[in-house]
Design a binder for this molecule. Structure first.
Ligand SMILES: [Zn+2]
Ligand SMILES: [Zn+2]
Length: 250
Protein backbone atom coordinates (compact mmCIF):
# COMPACT_ATOMS: atom_id res chain seq x y z
CA UNK A 1 0.00 0.00 0.00
CA UNK A 2 1.17 3.51 -0.75
CA UNK A 3 2.46 5.58 2.15
CA UNK A 4 0.39 8.60 1.00
CA UNK A 5 -2.80 7.69 -0.85
CA UNK A 6 -4.21 11.02 -1.92
CA UNK A 7 -3.05 14.28 -3.48
CA UNK A 8 -4.53 17.64 -2.51
CA UNK A 9 -2.70 19.83 -5.02
CA UNK A 10 -2.99 19.27 -8.79
CA UNK A 11 -3.39 21.49 -11.85
CA UNK A 12 -5.22 20.94 -15.13
CA UNK A 13 -5.08 22.76 -18.47
CA UNK A 14 -7.31 25.41 -16.88
CA UNK A 15 -4.27 26.79 -15.05
CA UNK A 16 -2.77 27.89 -18.37
CA UNK A 17 0.66 26.31 -17.77
CA UNK A 18 -0.40 22.74 -16.97
CA UNK A 19 -0.97 20.06 -19.56
CA UNK A 20 -3.67 17.51 -18.65
CA UNK A 21 -7.46 17.55 -18.60
CA UNK A 22 -9.57 16.61 -15.56
CA UNK A 23 -10.28 13.25 -17.23
CA UNK A 24 -6.57 12.59 -17.75
CA UNK A 25 -5.82 13.66 -14.17
CA UNK A 26 -8.38 11.18 -12.82
CA UNK A 27 -6.95 8.39 -14.98
CA UNK A 28 -3.43 9.37 -13.91
CA UNK A 29 -4.50 9.11 -10.27
CA UNK A 30 -6.13 5.74 -10.89
CA UNK A 31 -3.00 4.36 -12.59
CA UNK A 32 -0.79 5.66 -9.75
CA UNK A 33 -3.09 4.08 -7.14
CA UNK A 34 -4.12 7.46 -5.71
CA UNK A 35 -7.66 7.29 -4.30
CA UNK A 36 -8.53 10.98 -4.01
CA UNK A 37 -7.30 14.17 -5.67
CA UNK A 38 -8.13 17.82 -5.30
CA UNK A 39 -8.19 19.77 -8.55
CA UNK A 40 -6.66 23.06 -7.47
CA UNK A 41 -6.22 25.24 -10.50
CA UNK A 42 -4.69 28.66 -9.96
CA UNK A 43 -6.76 31.67 -9.02
CA UNK A 44 -7.67 34.20 -11.75
CA UNK A 45 -4.76 36.57 -11.03
CA UNK A 46 -2.23 34.03 -12.33
CA UNK A 47 -1.21 34.97 -15.90
CA UNK A 48 -3.07 32.55 -18.17
CA UNK A 49 -5.19 31.40 -15.22
CA UNK A 50 -8.89 30.60 -15.35
CA UNK A 51 -11.75 33.07 -15.48
CA UNK A 52 -14.10 33.26 -12.49
CA UNK A 53 -16.61 31.21 -14.50
CA UNK A 54 -14.25 28.22 -14.19
CA UNK A 55 -14.95 28.13 -10.45
CA UNK A 56 -18.62 29.01 -10.84
CA UNK A 57 -19.20 26.04 -13.13
CA UNK A 58 -16.83 23.53 -11.50
CA UNK A 59 -19.60 21.34 -10.12
CA UNK A 60 -20.22 19.90 -13.59
CA UNK A 61 -17.24 17.68 -12.75
CA UNK A 62 -18.41 14.43 -11.12
CA UNK A 63 -17.41 13.62 -7.55
CA UNK A 64 -15.81 10.40 -8.74
CA UNK A 65 -14.10 9.48 -11.98
CA UNK A 66 -12.58 6.03 -12.64
CA UNK A 67 -13.16 5.32 -8.93
CA UNK A 68 -11.02 8.31 -7.89
CA UNK A 69 -12.66 10.87 -5.60
CA UNK A 70 -12.38 14.36 -7.08
CA UNK A 71 -12.45 17.43 -4.85
CA UNK A 72 -13.14 20.67 -6.63
CA UNK A 73 -10.85 23.33 -5.35
CA UNK A 74 -8.51 26.19 -6.04
CA UNK A 75 -4.98 27.32 -5.37
CA UNK A 76 -5.79 30.97 -4.86
CA UNK A 77 -3.15 33.69 -4.95
CA UNK A 78 -2.23 35.44 -1.74
CA UNK A 79 -2.22 39.18 -2.45
CA UNK A 80 -1.44 42.28 -0.39
CA UNK A 81 -2.73 42.16 3.19
CA UNK A 82 -3.36 38.46 2.73
CA UNK A 83 -6.35 38.97 0.45
CA UNK A 84 -7.16 36.11 -1.92
CA UNK A 85 -8.06 36.46 -5.59
CA UNK A 86 -11.44 34.75 -5.16
CA UNK A 87 -14.21 36.24 -3.05
CA UNK A 88 -15.53 34.30 -0.07
CA UNK A 89 -18.87 33.83 -1.85
CA UNK A 90 -17.01 31.76 -4.44
CA UNK A 91 -14.66 30.06 -1.97
CA UNK A 92 -17.59 28.77 0.07
CA UNK A 93 -18.87 26.78 -2.93
CA UNK A 94 -15.62 24.80 -3.31
CA UNK A 95 -14.68 21.50 -1.66
CA UNK A 96 -11.12 22.49 -0.84
CA UNK A 97 -9.43 25.88 -0.76
CA UNK A 98 -5.69 26.34 -0.83
CA UNK A 99 -3.63 29.48 -1.36
CA UNK A 100 -0.02 30.42 -1.89
CA UNK A 101 2.17 33.35 -2.86
CA UNK A 102 3.03 33.44 -6.57
CA UNK A 103 4.88 35.68 -8.98
CA UNK A 104 3.18 38.13 -11.34
CA UNK A 105 -0.14 38.05 -9.56
CA UNK A 106 -0.27 41.72 -8.70
CA UNK A 107 0.93 41.66 -5.08
CA UNK A 108 3.53 44.15 -3.88
CA UNK A 109 4.90 42.03 -1.03
CA UNK A 110 8.64 42.66 -0.72
CA UNK A 111 10.31 40.94 2.20
CA UNK A 112 10.08 38.17 4.76
CA UNK A 113 7.94 40.23 7.10
CA UNK A 114 5.47 41.03 4.29
CA UNK A 115 5.28 37.38 3.16
CA UNK A 116 4.79 36.21 6.74
CA UNK A 117 2.09 38.77 7.53
CA UNK A 118 0.20 38.14 4.28
CA UNK A 119 0.32 34.37 4.86
CA UNK A 120 -1.05 34.77 8.38
CA UNK A 121 -3.82 37.11 7.25
CA UNK A 122 -4.77 34.61 4.53
CA UNK A 123 -4.99 31.89 7.18
CA UNK A 124 -7.56 33.93 9.08
CA UNK A 125 -9.96 33.44 6.17
CA UNK A 126 -12.40 30.80 7.49
CA UNK A 127 -12.68 29.14 4.06
CA UNK A 128 -8.97 28.49 3.70
CA UNK A 129 -7.90 24.87 4.15
CA UNK A 130 -4.24 24.84 3.20
CA UNK A 131 -1.22 27.03 2.51
CA UNK A 132 0.69 25.72 -0.50
CA UNK A 133 4.50 25.61 -0.51
CA UNK A 134 5.04 27.69 2.64
CA UNK A 135 8.72 26.87 2.16
CA UNK A 136 10.08 28.61 -0.91
CA UNK A 137 13.34 30.48 -1.49
CA UNK A 138 11.65 33.30 -3.36
CA UNK A 139 9.08 34.05 -0.65
CA UNK A 140 10.60 33.09 2.71
CA UNK A 141 8.34 33.29 5.76
CA UNK A 142 9.00 33.05 9.48
CA UNK A 143 7.99 29.42 9.81
CA UNK A 144 7.59 29.47 13.56
CA UNK A 145 5.02 32.29 13.40
CA UNK A 146 3.24 30.70 10.42
CA UNK A 147 3.15 27.34 12.21
CA UNK A 148 1.55 28.84 15.32
CA UNK A 149 -1.08 30.58 13.15
CA UNK A 150 -1.73 27.30 11.31
CA UNK A 151 -2.49 25.58 14.62
CA UNK A 152 -4.67 28.46 15.80
CA UNK A 153 -6.69 28.71 12.57
CA UNK A 154 -6.83 24.99 11.80
CA UNK A 155 -4.99 25.40 8.48
CA UNK A 156 -2.94 22.66 6.82
CA UNK A 157 0.64 23.44 5.77
CA UNK A 158 2.01 21.71 2.71
CA UNK A 159 5.13 19.72 1.97
CA UNK A 160 5.32 20.25 -1.80
CA UNK A 161 7.05 17.59 -3.91
CA UNK A 162 7.44 19.76 -7.01
CA UNK A 163 9.52 22.22 -4.96
CA UNK A 164 12.24 19.55 -4.99
CA UNK A 165 11.82 18.43 -8.58
CA UNK A 166 15.03 17.40 -10.27
CA UNK A 167 13.43 18.23 -13.64
CA UNK A 168 13.84 21.94 -12.93
CA UNK A 169 17.11 23.91 -13.01
CA UNK A 170 17.03 24.53 -9.29
CA UNK A 171 14.73 23.73 -6.40
CA UNK A 172 12.46 26.39 -5.04
CA UNK A 173 12.34 24.53 -1.71
CA UNK A 174 14.72 24.55 1.24
CA UNK A 175 15.16 21.06 2.69
CA UNK A 176 16.12 22.16 6.21
CA UNK A 177 12.99 24.35 6.39
CA UNK A 178 10.73 21.51 5.22
CA UNK A 179 12.22 19.29 7.93
CA UNK A 180 11.59 22.11 10.40
CA UNK A 181 7.90 21.96 9.43
CA UNK A 182 7.79 18.34 10.60
CA UNK A 183 9.12 19.39 13.99
CA UNK A 184 6.78 22.38 14.25
CA UNK A 185 3.74 20.26 13.39
CA UNK A 186 4.50 18.08 16.38
CA UNK A 187 5.20 21.06 18.60
CA UNK A 188 2.09 23.10 17.78
CA UNK A 189 -0.31 20.40 16.62
CA UNK A 190 -1.31 21.46 13.10
CA UNK A 191 -1.68 19.10 10.14
CA UNK A 192 0.60 18.72 7.15
CA UNK A 193 -0.21 17.57 3.62
CA UNK A 194 2.19 15.87 1.23
CA UNK A 195 1.24 16.87 -2.32
CA UNK A 196 2.65 16.62 -5.82
CA UNK A 197 1.56 20.01 -7.25
CA UNK A 198 1.32 17.99 -10.49
CA UNK A 199 1.05 20.00 -13.70
CA UNK A 200 0.88 16.77 -15.73
CA UNK A 201 -1.16 13.67 -14.93
CA UNK A 202 1.79 11.29 -14.67
CA UNK A 203 3.10 13.26 -11.69
CA UNK A 204 0.02 12.77 -9.51
CA UNK A 205 0.97 11.15 -6.22
CA UNK A 206 4.66 11.09 -7.13
CA UNK A 207 6.37 11.99 -3.88
CA UNK A 208 9.76 10.52 -4.75
CA UNK A 209 11.41 13.95 -4.42
CA UNK A 210 10.40 13.95 -0.76
CA UNK A 211 12.48 10.92 0.25
CA UNK A 212 14.36 13.20 2.66
CA UNK A 213 11.05 13.85 4.44
CA UNK A 214 10.06 10.18 4.66
CA UNK A 215 13.55 9.32 5.91
CA UNK A 216 13.63 12.05 8.53
CA UNK A 217 13.46 10.92 12.15
CA UNK A 218 10.86 13.69 12.65
CA UNK A 219 8.47 12.24 10.06
CA UNK A 220 5.25 10.92 11.55
CA UNK A 221 2.59 9.60 9.17
CA UNK A 222 -0.19 10.58 11.59
CA UNK A 223 0.59 14.25 10.99
CA UNK A 224 -0.16 13.92 7.28
CA UNK A 225 -3.81 14.77 6.61
CA UNK A 226 -3.85 13.11 3.19
CA UNK A 227 -2.20 9.84 4.20
CA UNK A 228 -5.40 8.03 3.18
CA UNK A 229 -8.70 8.80 1.52
CA UNK A 230 -10.43 8.29 4.88
CA UNK A 231 -8.24 10.80 6.67
CA UNK A 232 -9.16 13.43 4.04
CA UNK A 233 -12.88 12.56 4.17
CA UNK A 234 -12.76 12.84 7.93
CA UNK A 235 -11.13 16.25 7.63
CA UNK A 236 -13.88 17.31 5.20
CA UNK A 237 -16.60 16.25 7.64
CA UNK A 238 -15.04 18.39 10.38
CA UNK A 239 -14.65 21.22 7.86
CA UNK A 240 -18.35 21.06 7.02
CA UNK A 241 -19.29 21.24 10.69
CA UNK A 242 -16.92 24.17 11.21
CA UNK A 243 -18.42 26.09 8.30
CA UNK A 244 -21.97 25.35 9.47
CA UNK A 245 -21.11 26.84 12.86
CA UNK A 246 -19.67 29.85 11.10
CA UNK A 247 -22.90 30.33 9.13
CA UNK A 248 -24.80 30.43 12.41
CA UNK A 249 -22.58 33.19 13.75
CA UNK A 250 -22.98 35.47 10.69
ZN1 LIG B 1 1.71 27.30 -6.20
ZN1 LIG C 1 0.27 24.64 -7.61
Amino acid sequence: MLEIQSDLHTHTVASGHAYSTVDEMAKGAFINDIKLIAITDHGPKMPGGPHLYHFGNINVIPNKLYGVTILKGVEANILDEGRLDLENDMLKTLDFVSAGIHRQTGHTLKNKQDYTEATIKAMENPYLDMITHPVQKEYPVDLDIVAKAAAKNNVILELNASSYSTKKDSFRGIKSESIKLLKLAKKYGFQLAINSDAHFHKDIGDYSNLEFIFNSKHYDRNLIINRSQDSVLNYLRLREQRLKELKKTI
